[in-house]
Design a protein around this ligand. Structure first.
Ligand code: TIU
Length: 224
């Protein structure tokens, strides 16, 4: 299948139709709703809400074409055996991972807070990955799942830009995927960190990957 040239920074992104998975990082209640993990760290979760509509548009475009989709959740086993003490004990949050909050135990698989927000809920046939780390490849088996589907390119969305999204994109780049991050479909609790993350990803001739707005990407796709 021939590649599409998507206008992007720092130069055109070679998009592979059907071989490019849409990756939606951690759009779970814990990061975007009050009372979750993001809020426990002292963050204003409303800053992330602008991502929802662009991600929904991309999700609809991928679904219409039957292309691969990956949803991730940052979520630990109930016994915390996959949560290093260094992660759980870091800093002075109002609640720690595993503590009970208004949406259940923070960042624990199956709790209300770890569920993906209804507007972006996964459908049957889409990969849903519970990841114990910030990156989506660590301890998940995802690389083998993507290889089995013939995926060579990844389009990144979700939260937060400089934490789980950037970590996952760097892991993906090292595994040989061509990676694009969608500017308006990712957000940080710190706007200056988002700007810096996008700049450092695309610097030095796309050292980690490319970035572009969702409208530019959607405009470059052939009709479904
Ligand atoms: N705190 C923060 O910005 N992010 C995380 O802890 N996890 C993700 O980015 N998903």
């Amino acid at each position: 299948m021939s590649l599409l040239n998507v206008p992007a920074t720092p130069f055109h992104y070679p998009f592979a139709p059907g071989k490019t998975a849409l990756v939606i990082i951690d759009m779970q209640r814990d990061f975007v709703e009050p009372g979750g993990f993001g809020a426990s760290l002292g963050n204003d979760v409303t800053l992330l809400h602008t991502t929802i509509a662009p991600i929904a548009s991309l999700l609809a475009a991928w679904r219409a074409r039957g292309w691969p989709i990956v949803h991730t959740r940052e979520a630990h086993k109930a016994d915390l055996s996959d949560c290093p003490p260094a992660k759980r004990l870091r800093g002075a949050p109002s609640l720690r991972i595993g503590d009970a909050g208004p949406m259940g135990r923070l960042l624990i698989r199956g709790e209300a807070g770890t569920s993906i927000i209804p507007a972006l809920a996964p459908q049957v046939g889409e990969l849903v990955i519970d990841k114990p780390g910030k990156g989506m490849f660590w301890s998940t088996g995802l690389h083998d799942m993507l290889k089995a589907q013939g995926v060579t390119h990844l389009v990144f969305t979700g939260v937060t830009t400089e934490v789980c999204v950037q970590t996952s994109m760097r892991e993906a780049n090292d595994r040989g995927y061509d990676c694009l991050i969608v500017e308006d479909a990712t957000e940080s609790y710190f706007p200056e960190f988002k700007a810096a993350a996008l700049a450092m990803i695309a610097a030095q001739g796309a050292i980690v990957g490319w970035h572009t707005p969702s409208a530019t990407l959607l405009g470059a796709l052939a009709p479904a």
